[in-house]
Structure formats: structure tokens, C-alpha cells
Design a protein around this ligand. Sequence first.
Ligand code: ADP
Ligand code: MG
Length: 258
Amino acid sequence: MTTQIITVANQKGGVGKTTTAISLAACLAEAGRPVLLVDLDPQANATSGLGIEKQPGASAYAPLLGQGKLEDKIQPTAFDRLWLIPSEVDLCGAEIELMRIEEPVQVLRRALAPIRETGRFEVVLIDCPPSLSLLTMNAFAAAAHLLVPLQCEYYALEGIATIHRLLNQLRESGANPDLALLGVVMTMFDARTRLSRQVVDEVRRHFGELLFETVIPRTTRLAEAPSFGKPILHYDPYCSATAAYQVLTGEIISRLKI
Ligand code: ADP
Ligand code: MG
């Protein structure tokens, strides 16, 4: 099995990165695909959102700095076919430590290589911090696919130029020649407001087919799910957000040709 590595990134916070990463991971697992979610945000929202307690020493921190193997940090979750490399606040320190080593942007790619080679997972999803920090750069360097969630709000497109530039830099510098934009997904869509529709139209003009057909509705169910430690699919299998993430999963599966 070839492992597809997808980085979920946007340097803005609160746009739905973690929600999208958890929801897609759960839907892919449900669809029969073994998934590894890597929580690379020191805030550890993906970790707690999957009902896993933060534990010192459980994150990618040590392996990223060359101590131990990343595969030893993989944990099962309460959900079939869904595995996690958790985060904890220590990961903040990794930023600083990474600056001292050679080729600091390639460490995650190298640490993931043995996991990729086993073919144990069909998809690896990386949830990034809300910054273009060294951790995020590592996630960009490690993946073949970039997935960008954009919130349906004014200025949604702001910042996307920066992501594009970074993507091109990584490609041209040879740091990651394979990286490509898998797609942009609009989150927190409010059907009652004209603003949401205008934003989606604007993003569609800009990205064309790279914008996923599926838009994720704004619903309190999605905001509630993390406090129960469950992906939306398991928290409320029949709500609109679950349906949306399932359709998005179908789009992703067909784009990845898996
Ligand atoms: P990020 O990881 O980009 O910082 P999150 O996924 O953590 O963003 O989302 C930010 C907040 O918005 C969280 O409290 C989350 O539960 C909530 N949220 C995310 N998507 C939706 C949505 N479609 N509808 C309602 N609330 C949402
Ligand atoms: Mg997040």
C-alpha cells in the first residue's frame, strides 16, 4: 500500500484545520482506510479531540530531535483503523531545538520515512500549528499533498498567497519537489448569510477546480464534539457536518486515486 501524506495547513488560527484533520481522519478510517493522524500543534487540539490525554514524552518531539523512533510514538485511538501521534506542550521546545540542527526542515520527512515504507497506513494526515513555523515547514516538507481549510469570512484569501509562495519555494529549492496543493476547503459556511456565498464564489474564481465542491457548514455540533473526545462522525453520525465531511472524504479519495 502506498502511503499518501497530507498536510493540513493555514497560518491563521481558528479556520478549521484541526476539525478538518480529525473529521477526515475518522471518515477515511470508516471508509476502510488505515489512517495515522500526526498532531504537530503544541496546543494538542487534535490529541484531545480524539479523547487522548496529553502525556509528557508521548509526542514527536524526541524523534524529531533524533532521539528514538517516530513509529514508537504511534498510539491506537478508540476508533477502528485510526491511529495518532499525539502532541503535548513540549513540542513548543522542538521549534527552538530544531533551529540548532542541520537541515531542520527535513527531520519529520526523515522520521516518517520508515512508517511510510511499511505501508501500514494508507493516509497520514498532519495537523499543523497556526503559524508558518519550523514545525509547519517540516509538515510541508514531509507531505506530497497540501490541504488548506479557509474560513468563510472576509479576507479568507489573505494569507493564501504566502502559502503558495512557501509551496513554490519548497518545490524549487528541492526541499520537497513533490509537494502540490491537493485542494482548498471552505469551512464554517453559513447558508443564511450572503457573505458566506460571496466568499465561496470569490475563492472559486481564484482556485477553480482546486476548491472542493463540498463546503463544511457552520454547526455547533462540530464545536461540541472535541469536548467529548470524538470525531463528528462518532459524536453525531447524522448531522450535516458529518455528511459534509463524508462527501469531502469521497472527493479526496478520488483526487488521491486511492
Ligand atoms: P484551527 O485548527 O484552524 O485553529 P479549529 O478546527 O480548532 O481551527 O476550529 C476553531 C474553532 O471553531 C473550534 O472551537 C472548533 O470546534 C470550531 N469549528 C471548526 N469548524 C467549525 C464549523 N464548521 N462549525 C462550527 N464550529 C466550528
Ligand atoms: Mg488547530
